[in-house]
Design a protein around this ligand. Structure first.
Ligand code: FAD
Length: 394
């Protein structure tokens, strides 16, 4: 026998659970379906197991989308302060790590449990391990053929997220549903992701793996972040690289300033008067980890004292340190990416309700949409805000 509910939500991740909660609180019958065996798997693995669930400074400028205004309405109607209030009302302890990023003191499980408790209290149903074979829309009803039988609903919310971490249940099902009902899907790619070496840099740099340095990194479009960079065997990672990956296109280069607070040419000119006998390696070691200082001297063949540096040497040194051009071989892809950049085009989606303007009672929430946040709790805030917006009307 078919099961009928007012609303089916596909995807029991951050956005789907939140939308399900808000919908159920309005007295609507809701079924949240997921093909995974656990709800909110990405919540559990997020923020190094502590879930960076929002940020104290959330503005539309922290998000990328073909339509940069799309996020405004939802972010202003359900804010970070609303979500922080919910977290506090569940007695979950949290702290600011840095840059406004809020993490659980104890575990990301607290956030997952909070969502499951809220859903159960509002009488929302959850169906895990449930596979959807086909979706049709007939007689103003959605009909879903699933592994547990036919499910029908008046509204359908697509909350299937992006493609990152395929082992956690990520799929392109949401993109397929969007296309089925006439929506376009913009080009998408792995983002908030580490970069891999090109062949030439790999041999020069990978021996330095494990080093972390505060740098400034810029993309071709001028977007710049001052944050730690981590050298790995595979390439460059750390917050600086993850952030800039949102603004990088395959084939482009990045500019790394290894000493953002120091104009190298100026400082050499100043110091060579009183410290001319100092080895460059020792001088650089004041500002960079010793291994990295040594690496630059060897790589640039500048095993000299400050006084011995020619004008040309200083130019080479300052270019390598203040303006190093890095051409990534690529990225680590969906295997380690935190998000998918791009996705369902927002052009025919209401920014107030997340409802399709092409198909009755069809909604898209969370990462499946062409909305990508910066690193720092922004992607979860988008999941809460967009899930909440749809949950008021679906
Ligand atoms: C390692 C990692 C760490 C992260 N850390 C943070 C962080 O600290 N802060 C932050 O803001 N963001 C973080 N993110 C990003 C954040 O997790 C996502 O942006 C967010 O989870 C998106 O929510 P969503 O509900 O749209 O999608 P998801 O949370 O991905 O949920 C989608 C759900 O849909 C289900 N699904 C997919 N296909 C189907 C299908 N065919 N049938 C049924 N169900 C399906 C999936 O199983 C999943 O449960 C991190 C991401 C990763 C991978």
């Amino acid at each position: 026998m078919a099961q009928h509910v007012d609303v089916v939500v596909i995807g029991a991740g951050a956005a789907g659970l939140f939308c399900g909660i808000e919908t159920a609180k309005r007295g609507r019958s809701v079924l949240v379906i997921d093909h995974a065996n656990k709800a909110g798997k990405k919540i559990l693995m997020s923020g190094g197991g502590r879930c960076n669930f929002t940020n104290m400074d959330v503005t539309p400028a922290h998000f990328l989308s073909q339509n940069p205004h799309f996020v405004r309405s939802a972010l202003s109607r359900y804010t970070q302060w609303d979500f922080i209030g919910l977290v506090a009302s569940h007695g979950i302890d949290y702290h600011e790590k840095e840059l406004g990023q809020l993490f659980c003191d104890h575990s990301a499980k607290d956030i997952q449990q909070m969502l499951l408790t809220e859903l159960a209290q509002a009488d929302g149903q959850l169906s895990l391990d449930t596979h959807i074979q086909a979706i049709a829309y007939e007689n103003q009803k959605y009909q879903l053929q699933t592994s547990v039988g036919l499910v029908t609903s008046g509204s359908l919310v697509v909350a299937t997220g992006g493609l990152s971490i395929p082992t956690m249940g990520a799929s392109d099902f949401g993109f397929k549903i969007a296309k089925q009902f006439g929506h376009s899907v913009l080009n998408y790619r792995a983002s908030l992701v580490p970069f891999t070496w090109n062949n030439a840099d790999k041999s020069t740099w990978s021996a330095l793996s494990g080093l972390s340095v505060d740098v400034q990194v810029s993309a071709v479009n001028g977007e710049t972040f001052g944050l730690p960079l981590l050298i790995t065997h595979r390439g460059l990672s750390g917050p600086a690289m993850l952030q800039i990956s949102n603004y990088w296109q395959p084939g482009e280069h990045l500019i790394v300033n290894w000493l953002p607070t120091l104009d190298v040419a100026e400082k050499v000119a100043e110091d060579r008067h009183h410290s001319g006998k100092k080895q460059l390696k020792t001088w650089l070691g004041q500002y960079l980890p010793a291994r990295l200082a040594e690496h630059f001297c060897q790589w640039l063949a500048l095993n000299k004292t400050l006084a011995e540096l020619s004008k040309g040497d200083v130019a080479i040194l300052s270019e390598a340190l203040n303006c190093w051009t890095f051409k990534p071989g690529g990225t680590e892809g969906y295997r380690t990416a935190e998000v998918t950049l791009g996705g369902v085009d927002t052009q025919h989606i209401s920014s107030k309700t997340m409802m399709s303007q092409l198909q009755p009672q069809l909604f898209f929430v969370g990462e499946v949409l062409d909305v990508t946040g910066w690193l720092g709790g922004y992607n979860f805030q988008w999941a809460w805000s967009s899930g909440w917006a749809a949950g008021q009307v679906c």
